[in-house]
Design a protein around this ligand. Structure first.
Ligand code: ASP
Length: 359
């Protein structure tokens, strides 16, 4: 780290400390004789409760963490009511669903990813195939689809009728300078909110990270990305170091929320490095978020009080079984399987969410 960037980081950390950030209580899982939890520990974004349960079940049967988390998120990818992932994911501005995903395997330090993948329900499984069956790290667009086809993945229309209606509502209401006009009696399609001044869009993703009793880690992040994005836009989820990072000696981390901010701050890598330097998982997440906040320079991304007008959530799992998560704004939860229990826990945060950012 250069002296300048080190000072910048210290300023961000000091700012976060001065703001009195809130850390969720430290997790304290039961330990095996090796000092690690005696069973699986799995964490995920709040939409990942079915994924943490499934991954834990598979790890208990001896399945490797990376395979287990990919199987876990498959449940959410196949759920048409989750509009942030896989089938039923919200589309790009042209109404086309484009999916991003990455996987990382702790023991081999290998990764695989796909970006802008269309028509395949389980992008995380294709990313795992990239890891296992190619010498590459990321495949995009038409090449990713060709690869998925070659491996027998089934193609389908991922745009459910409900997701199409939500997209159409956006299309009809996002601009008063085009020819798309909503019906006068249009019901509120929901799931859209004004969060950056002039653009209506939604965030959502699943990140899931797991640790087995031998101390091996694996992680996955899968998403339909920012809704109504420009065609071809790639978020943080398929970028190793941004939306996911695993170091088998230290821990795993992943993110959801505004991918552009995560990419520009290598936030999952930063979170793992903070754990390596001795921070607890929650404090490591808060430190990475503090750096993101310190780097928000554009007025269009800042509220009147100077704070970001977007949110990012970080999730972290340490090799010793401690885990945590944090968001820029309060109110986030995350899924945890540990000590035989699957549940949601409160995440730490930097700032109290103001009224105008609720709902
Ligand atoms: N991080 C995802 C992206 O920017 C979206 C999200 O998590 O809401 O593509």
């Amino acid at each position: 780290m250069t002296e300048v960037s080190r000072r910048g980081f210290l300023r961000a950390a000091a700012a976060a400390a001065a703001l009195g950030h809130h850390a969720a209580r430290a997790a304290d899982p039961p330990k095996s004789s090796g000092g690690r939890p005696s069973g699986p520990t799995v964490i995920a974004s709040a939409n990942g409760l079915p994924a943490t349960a499934k991954a834990a079940e598979l790890i208990a049967q001896g399945v490797a963490p990376v395979d287990a988390v990919v199987a876990g998120v498959a449940i959410v990818e196949a759920d048409p009511t989750d509009h942030s992932v896989g089938l039923g994911g919200l589309p790009n501005e042209r109404g086309v669903v484009e999916l991003d995903a990455s996987v990382m395997d702790g023991p081999t330090h290998n990764s695989g990813a796909v970006a802008g993948l269309q028509r395949i329900r389980h992008p995380a499984q294709v990313a795992l195939r990239v890891l296992r069956r190619t010498d590459h790290a990321i495949l995009v667009g038409a090449g990713a689809l060709e690869f998925a086809r070659a491996h027998g993945f089934e193609e389908e229309n991922l745009l459910t009728d409900e997701a199409r209606r939500i997209w159409l509502k956006w299309k009809e209401s996002h601009s008063d300078r085009d020819d798309w006009i909503p019906p006068v009696d249009a019901p509120d399609a929901g799931a859209v909110r004004r969060d950056s001044g002039s653009v209506l869009h939604t965030y959502g993703t699943i990140n899931c990270d797991a640790l087995d009793a031998r101390g091996n880690l694996g992680g996955v992040t899968s998403t339909s990305g920012l809704s109504y994005k420009l065609p071809g836009r790639v978020g943080d989820s398929p970028i190793i170091g941004a939306g996911l990072y695993v170091d088998n000696e230290v821990g795993a981390a992943g993110s959801t929320g505004r991918g552009e901010a995560v990419i520009k701050n290598c936030a999952s890598f930063a979170t793992v490095e903070q754990m390596r330097a001795g921070k607890s998982p929650t404090d490591a997440c808060l430190a990475a978020l503090g750096r993101i906040v310190a780097h928000v320079k554009d007025a269009r991304l800042r509220r009147a009080d100077g704070r970001p007008n977007f949110d990012v959530k970080m999730y972290a799992l340490a090799k010793d079984g401690r885990f945590g998560a944090a968001s820029i704004w309060s109110g986030a939860r995350f899924a945890v399987y540990s000590n035989g229990h699957n549940r949601l826990e409160d995440a730490g945060y930097l700032f109290d969410r103001p009224e105008d950012m609720k709902g």
